[in-house]
Design a binder for this molecule. Sequence first.
Ligand SMILES: *Cc1c(COP(=O)(O)O)cnc(C)c1O
Length: 477
Amino acid sequence: MTFPDRDELEEVLELVAQEARSYVASVDDRPVRSPRTREALEAFNRALPEHGSGASQALRELIDQGLDATVASSGPRCFHFVIGGATPAALAADWWTSALDQIAYAWVSSPLSVELERVALAWLLELFELPASFSGVMTTGATMANFVGLASARQWWSEEMGLDAFETGLAGAPPVPIFCSRIVHASATKCLGMLGLGRATPEVLAREGSNILDVSRLERALDELGDRPAIVMTTAGDPNAGEFDPIAEVAELLRGRRAWLHVDGAFGLFARLDPTTAELVRGVEHADSVAVDGHKWLNVPYDCGFGFVRDRQWLGKSFRYQAEYLPDDVEDEPVLGQLGPESSRRARALSVWATLRAYGREGYRELVTRHCALARRMARLVDEAPDLERLADVTLNVVCFRYDPGGSTEEELDRLNAALGRALIEDGRFYVGSTTFRGRVALRPALSNWRTREEDVDAFVEVVRELGGRLGREARP
Ligand SMILES: *Cc1c(COP(=O)(O)O)cnc(C)c1O
């Protein structure tokens, strides 16, 4: 076989449909990771074939040899990072997206994708109770959504200073004053590096004995700047323990000042959906830019995020470009490639639209409420277990705790819990890594997959105790 053949399509699509069906039917029960991972990968370590195998053979190999090296991260027992699954509507729409293979670059390249991106972003603004006047663009995730917000902030700052960062750069300009707390996400500071503002630039103003933003220190810092413009980066929901910067207080402080307020609410913005957690993100409606993930709590397939800005002009000014053969961005025929970092883009809007259409505000409210209840259930089980110690309040969907059999030093506990994080991943029944929270090594399961049930949470706590007990005994025979 040397050239793709139309006749191959029927067979490979049928094959994949069948295999995919059986995979998603098994994902509730299959281990998160197979013990055969490394063996499975060996099959792929080959030179470029001179003569191709044809589509069916390639797909068979991909499926048969590759499956053991995947992670069932769309399943109900994957509590590592913050991982969402894919709702039935979102997954099916994602298949359809691949079949249609639309370019969500501009209205001209795909009217449906561009219109659904507009509609879905407007729905998300409603869902998150953000002003309908906000503009947005879909991205690959919260990292690039942070990039969209912070690129807009940079452009705003430069124009406040009589410059144009996007057009001529910031060489020769004074340093950009940027403030954040200790829960700032590493991807947000990475964006500062990507934007030439410097990853290490932000001044961290955390409260005494805490990680979140100290508003009075911020006030003093801004007072010292006098009339100079500044950028304030806040985080709504950090992955370690679900902590939130006091956004409403920060917004109140910034009112009438020359400052840009960015909120990274990758998963934490979803707190807005449940009246009992909405307080955590009060004030986000005053932000100048907001970053959110789609592939986390919205449960659409990877990759998907949303970058929102209060004023659309900053998207245009931060991402504009033209070429003789490209269309212009006009009112009823937008060019999304001129409003965000990517030019050619996947039509992510189809999945987002489909899942919001399928489950509505009510469905997502219930999803958030359920995950918070599951997190509280896990916290209760942790509190009841004599060998587990919770390290943080459960504000939302993250439970930060460690294994502590008693009688160990802090150093021994750190070693034990780091080993436990590795053992859990090796074990494969559940997935959760370790972190360091306020100087202590801890586990930090996050619940955000629509498939996760109470029995998964209960079994997880038992597996942690089982593996912790084994490691503890090995450490002190
Ligand atoms: C996950 C996360 C990010 C990065 O998101 P990606 O989708 O992986 O790019 C940024 N900020 C916060 C708070 C996150 O939880």
